[in-house]
Design a protein around this ligand. Structure first.
Ligand code: PBG
Length: 327
């Protein structure tokens, strides 16, 4: 054997191992989901998501403070309104739960970055992400309402809006309305490749947003499809998306890689409620080391090509990065 070409075992030494890492992580790439409940005072544990809480409007600034304390400077807000109706009208109410949460957080921590989830399923009494015509979601009339919702979030001070409804044309509709109201600088994070997934189960329990009948397969993507994700991303880019998202994360690492290779836009992944709940359940049964699988799972998402990650573990991950367990 030609000894000159013998590969050295770089990974034997910790200092070299760290130097040669191909994936670098930073707390700057983490986004923490916050659930705000209009009917609540203080905070209440979310049963389906151990370690997570619903926050009342009086406690939402404290949720932001805890993020900042842990080194996480960004959140995505989800609202649980006091009232639901067929049109989801609480979603775009001037003093709706998300609108008020934005104002409260921004008053206390102006630099804390606030993204809002733009969707109707938490606000409609039927639990679908758009207006209904009979038993079907009516795509086009829904666009107006989504755009109005995004506008009200931005006017309340949201830094970025993230439509998660999966209606066709919603990015363009939202962009148009924001621009007409002088909000050209508010970026759109498009849930572009959002699959019709069983991994959203614990979220729907937490947000009270499970559809009253049927499912979301009419508007969310079929898990069998890969090329369709590229098409969804391309359409969102054409309509004016600024950042793309793949969701869920762990079961869709191939899609993350493919989107990272195909598009120049910043790419976000959402490690969803079911992923978190599975890790929590396995850990509490003593089957796995929670800290290590949390770190390894997050790492896999960045290695697959995501530049940022929405995760219920954001605070713990930021701490892990600070300690040097990953990063
Ligand atoms: C709203 C929305 C959902 C999630 C984010 N935004 C639920 C759904 O589509 O049913 C899921 C997030 C999670 O599971 O953590 N449409």
């Amino acid at each position: 054997m030609d000894m000159l070409h013998r590969p050295r075992r770089l990974r034997k030494n910790d200092a070299v191992r760290r130097m040669c890492r191909e994936t670098r992580l930073s707390p700057d790439s983490l986004i923490y989901p916050i659930f705000v409940d209009e009917t609540l005072k203080g905070r209440r544990p979310i049963e389906s998501l151990p370690g997570q809480f619903h926050y009342g409007l009086d406690a939402v600034a404290e949720a932001a403070a805890q993020c900042l304390e842990a080194g996480v400077g960004r959140c995505i807000l989800f609202g649980l309104p006091a009232r639901k109706d067929a049109e989801g009208s609480s979603a775009w109410a001037d003093h709706g739960v998300v609108q008020e949460a934005i104002r409260t957080i921004k008053a206390a921590y102006p630099d804390f970055y606030v993204i809002t989830d733009v969707c109707l399923c938490e606000y409609t009494d039927h639990g679908h992400c758009g207006l209904l015509r009979g038993q079907e979601v009516d795509n086009d009339p829904t666009l107006t309402i989504l755009a109005q919702t995004a506008l009200s979030h931005a006017q309340a001070g949201a830094d970025m809006v993230a439509p998660s409804d999966m209606m066709d044309g919603r990015v363009g509709a939202i962009r148009g309305v924001l621009d007409r109201h002088g909000l050209q600088e508010v970026p759109i994070l498009a849930y572009s490749a959002k699959y019709a997934s069983a991994f959203y189960g614990p979220f729907r329990t937490a947000a009270g947003s499970a559809p009253a009948f049927g499912d979301r397969r009419g508007y969310q993507m079929d898990p069998h499809n890969r090329r369709e994700a590229l098409r969804e991303c391309a359409l969102d880019i054409e309509e004016g998306a600024d950042l793309l998202m793949v969701k869920p994360a762990l079961a869709y690492l191939d899609i993350i890689r493919e989107c990272a290779n195909s598009f120049a836009l910043p790419l976000c992944a959402y490690s969803v409620s079911g992923e978190y709940a599975m890790m929590k359940a396995a850990a509490s049964a003593g089957l796995v080391d929670e800290h290590r699988i949390m770190c390894e799972s997050a790492l896999s998402v960045f290695r697959a090509g995501a530049g940022m990650l929405i995760t219920y573990y954001a605070k713990e991950l930021a701490q892990a990065m600070k300690r040097g367990d990953i990063g």
